[in-house]
Design a protein around this ligand. Structure first.
Ligand code: GAR
Length: 213
């Protein structure tokens, strides 16, 4: 098997994209980011791609109106052209249709800032704070047709403090996102993940096991 080629999809800030790119540059992950696809012109993920020397393309979804599949067909075309074997969603704020998901079965990862299945959706951190949760965190999971509901790869619990706001909790969760997402990509790249129904088995042989959550 050749070196894994990754396509990253991002819509905004792009800090998770950067953490994965830098982990690759440090030699921690044997893979290459073949392309960053950004659906929002002017998003800072694009500036990060330039700085990191990662090839990028902007596909503005608003140009496609309500035709989600036409937008996705363009994205799939780009990913295929770059021979992508893993799609990494990094703050990509568009729901993907079954058309897209069928192209990359068990080959799409997402990160979500809550302990799924708690607090899915666009405001995972805000919803946890407003609910009064004492513990939240993050989840890296494979993407399927459910909303934030695919098989879970890694989770990390982060305590919620009494004086936390959405911003302060999001910042502490993000620090862990930048460690856990590169780790999940590494596990995938090394063929250590086996999906059995909803469960993802991880082969940790020779690796430092995860600290208790
Ligand atoms: C991250 O916190 C990620 O968990 C979240 O968006 C942020 C993107 O940050 N994703 C979701 O809420 C998905 N439902 P980034 O653009 O700096 O990587």
């Amino acid at each position: 098997m050749g070196r894994l080629r990754i396509g990253v999809l991002a819509s905004g800030r792009g800090s998770n994209f950067q953490s994965i790119a830098e982990s690759i540059q440090r030699g921690e992950i044997d893979a290459e980011i073949a392309i960053l696809v950004c659906n929002v012109p002017g998003a800072s993920a694009i500036e990060r791609a330039k700085t990191l020397g990662v090839p990028y393309v902007v596909i503005d979804h608003t140009k496609f109106g309500t035709d989600r599949e036409a937008f996705e067909a363009d994205v799939v075309g780009i990913l295929r052209k770059h021979d992508v074997g893993l799609v990494v969603l990094a703050g990509f704020m568009r729901l993907l249709t079954p058309f897209f998901l069928r192209q990359f079965p068990n080959r799409i990862l997402n990160i979500h800032p809550s302990l799924l299945p708690a607090f899915p959706g666009t405001h995972g951190v805000r919803d946890a704070v407003n609910h009064g949760a004492k513990v939240s965190g993050l989840t890296v999971h494979f993407v399927d047709e459910s909303l934030d509901g695919g098989p879970i790869v890694l989770q990390k619990a982060v305590p919620v403090r009494d004086d936390d706001t959405e911003e302060t909790l999001a910042a502490r969760i993000l620090e862990w996102e930048h460690k856990m997402y590169p780790l999940a990509v590494k596990l995938f790249a090394e063929g250590r993940l086996t999906v059995e129904g909803r469960r993802v088995k991880i082969n940790w042989d020779g690796l430092q096991p995860l600290p208790a959550p």
